[in-house]
Design a protein around this ligand. Sequence first.
Ligand code: RFL
Length: 410
Amino acid sequence: MIGHSPAPVHPSRRRVPVVIVGAGPAGLTLANVLRDASVDCVVLEAESRTFVETRPRAGFIEEWAVRALERHGLADRLLERAPRHGACEFRAGGERHRFAYAEVSGHHHFVYPQPLLVTDLVRQYADVKGGDIRFGVRDVELHDIGTGEPSVSYTDPASGEHRRIACRFVAGCDGARGVTRASLPPGHAHTARFEYGVGWLALLAEAPPSSDCVVFGVHPRGFAAHMARSPEVTRYYLECPSGDDPENWPHERVWSQLRERLSAAGAAPLTEGRLIEKRVLDLHNYVVRPMAHGRLFLAGDAAHLVAPIAAKGMNLALHDALLLAEALIACHRTGDEAGLRGYSAACLRRVWDYQEFSQWFAELLHGPSSGDPFRAGSAAARLRRLFTSPAAAAAFAESYIGATPPGNQR
Ligand code: RFL
């Protein structure tokens, strides 16, 4: 079906192997790897280049993902600039408990804000490799994805013309609010959802980090967290009621709650600063199964959302993109579609691992403020076990850093 547009449709003359909808970490990683393998693609992005290069979000990239980007020549600046973190700290009952997960797992996080990664990936794809990326497109629609001749139409922002690109495959990398997921035929894909019933006030402060590692404040007034982003900017979270209005959180209230919930004996005082982002996230997860239909393959937040409890979303987006690239390249080169057929199942193994871990971790963080003594007692036991049982510590470290358990490898 074609969207009802008064403008005439301008079909492209040739069939492009892959159209990628969305220029986030998933779409841009896929585009770069395809381009290196001489598989032509076109990236369609609704926002401007400046917008995608400055949109603040994630900051912690797991070591396996960094190494995979490095193998594709996409991590030069990251490796030059990103500090490595191998520990986090829990603050509970006025005490500090440092958990050195790198010592247990042998792996680190790289702290590299998402806008920097996106900037690097756009530059590599568009400026260095001359890849085709169209920013500011409107009215993206998918057509005939269940056939061997799919296409994607959009409105060109400059001319207002309605254009259509014929392709072999469509990669839906357009995030949680995109359009590609909605193109899965009803009854084909199922969405599993989980609501946490709490909100997090997500904050970015123009202030240097106040600790050398991530800090989780486990507190009866609500969870709080501190996460470095750069020497000048720090991300903070404060648990709040679901649906709360950020306007209920003026500067003074934010900082007094952060001070209270992150306080512990011997902890350095928080370095305060102007709040440059303040938004409420209603915490939820979803997983679309399968992540593909016909010639459409979803990747990243378009296929699954994981609340930012354990900093997993961007890492999953990279994992999907790398698997999809591998499968599309194999198909393009040899016609072998086995990788494409197994794509969804291969992605979902890691997706469910991360979802399960995030849910487990969330209960440790939210239980103490739930008002339910049973949940609070269980949460305290979860935390205590991390520091008393080497087996529990090893399991936590492995999940927290996303090291693939041996039985889960492809
Ligand atoms: P993105 O990054 O949302 O990119 C999708 C792109 O598609 C475009 N788009 C469209 N383009 C064309 N036509 C349409 N109709 C379109 N609709 C949308 C959008 O403009 C956008 O450019 O999805 P992708 O690539 O799947 O990447 C996912 C990650 O961005 C996301 O999972 C992370 O940001 C989640 N996340 C974190 N993940 C981590 O791994 N580590 C972290 O430390 C971390 N911290 C976070 C986070 C997410 C957060 N928020 C905002 C929920 C912290 C926060 C506060």
